[in-house]
Design a protein around this ligand. Structure first.
Ligand SMILES: [Zn+2]
Length: 148
């Protein structure tokens, strides 16, 4: 049976806590549950908002984000230049991702390309272990091609 992103993330967090001789924290678990319920990717501000009703301080939210990032449960993604908002993504929710992005209307479509995913896994990168793929393919969508 396929495990949910929350189950996978919880397993990874528990292993990280054990490896680093840290204590279990119900707050950390609660923040992780909130993250798994958020649409991915999410901003720190979105996470603050969903944690606001739980008596979790802003500082705690960002501490947990740091722990989850160190445990490789979430990863930061560079957001649009100049927006100033860092985005995060649950690593366990999406193994690999590819998208078409229309340069005219900005529409994005999720695609799978198993051949390319396999090819990347066969590549060697100096001092780097690739784990997943995130690729944007820019072009013009059918709708925008027809409007001329
Ligand atoms: Zn378009």
């Amino acid at each position: 049976m396929k495990r949910s992103p929350l189950q996978l993330a919880t397993e990874r967090l528990n292993a990280y806590i054990e490896d680093n001789a840290m204590r279990q924290s119900p707050t950390r678990m609660m923040v992780l549950e909130r993250i798994c319920a958020l649409p991915q990717p999410f901003t720190g501000k979105q996470l603050e908002e969903v944690c606001a009703g739980e008596q979790i301080s802003r500082g705690t939210v960002y501490n947990v984000l740091e722990v989850l990032q160190n445990a490789q449960i979430i990863c930061p993604i560079a957001s649009q230049p100049g927006s100033g908002h860092m985005q995060y993504e649950l690593v366990t929710s999406i193994p690999s991702r590819m998208r078409y992005v229309c340069e005219m209307c900005g529409r994005q479509v999720e695609i799978r390309d198993k051949v390319l995913e396999k090819l990347i896994k066969t590549r060697y990168y100096y001092n780097f272990v690739p784990r997943r793929l995130s690729l944007l393919v820019y072009g013009v969508c059918k709708k925008c091609r027809l409007v001329k």
